[in-house]
Design a binder for this molecule. Sequence first.
Ligand code: PGA
Length: 253
Amino acid sequence: MKYIIANWKMAPANKERAEGLFNAIIQETRSAPSGLQIIVCPPFVWIPLAREILSYTGRFALGAQDLAMNAQGAFTGEISASMLASLGVTHVIVGHSERRALGESNDIVLAKLKTALGSGLSPILCVGEQTREGDWHTFLRTQIDSALMALAPNDAKKLIVAYEPVWAIGGQEPDTPDSALTSIILIRKITRERFGDSIARTIPILYGGSVLPETVGPFVAQEGIDGVLVGRASMDAGAFSLVVRAFASSDRS
Ligand code: PGA
């Protein structure tokens, strides 16, 4: 199974546009291969609309971009895991660098992972270094170790990891597929140390950061990369369909 995660960030700007994008994506991805799981992560407010429009196709899973770290309580403005689950959400992004930049620590990421799992959601854990200067491998290892340390092997079966070097997000230049693969191999090694080989094998590890129609090809071709997390290119149905088609034309999907 290969994965494409669409992270719509803070878009579209209004309900009409959101409806337009959902419908266009359904049209454009009709021929998506069956071995490809597409997980659409709209902003919270468009989730009911997304469910209504996307779910009847049976082609998409619904994800959220964040969740509260507490399962319940007086937390103004927060959205709980159980609220998401009750709307048909099955996946949730945890620890995206744009959330970490707003102050989300490794401890908060861990709490959110546990809360998501507690409500039966599959967390999409985002990790990635800020820069390639200094001992960035140790930085990456700490991020992953601290996120995985309290997870039970059974929890790990629900996990998806997205390796997203922060410097590659929102630009034009992704990491090279070879260098992304080196980081993915490190992540795989840590999951193996933590959960054992047979469970580690089941954890999809994706690449994200400037995945665009013109950059996606080599990532699809890279055997050790299980899919992509797409930001900007997922907010444009035409661009998104080209990303999907890159998987359709690959032998491995
Ligand atoms: P981008 O965003 O594809 O626009 O670089 C990636 C992301 O949301 O992490």
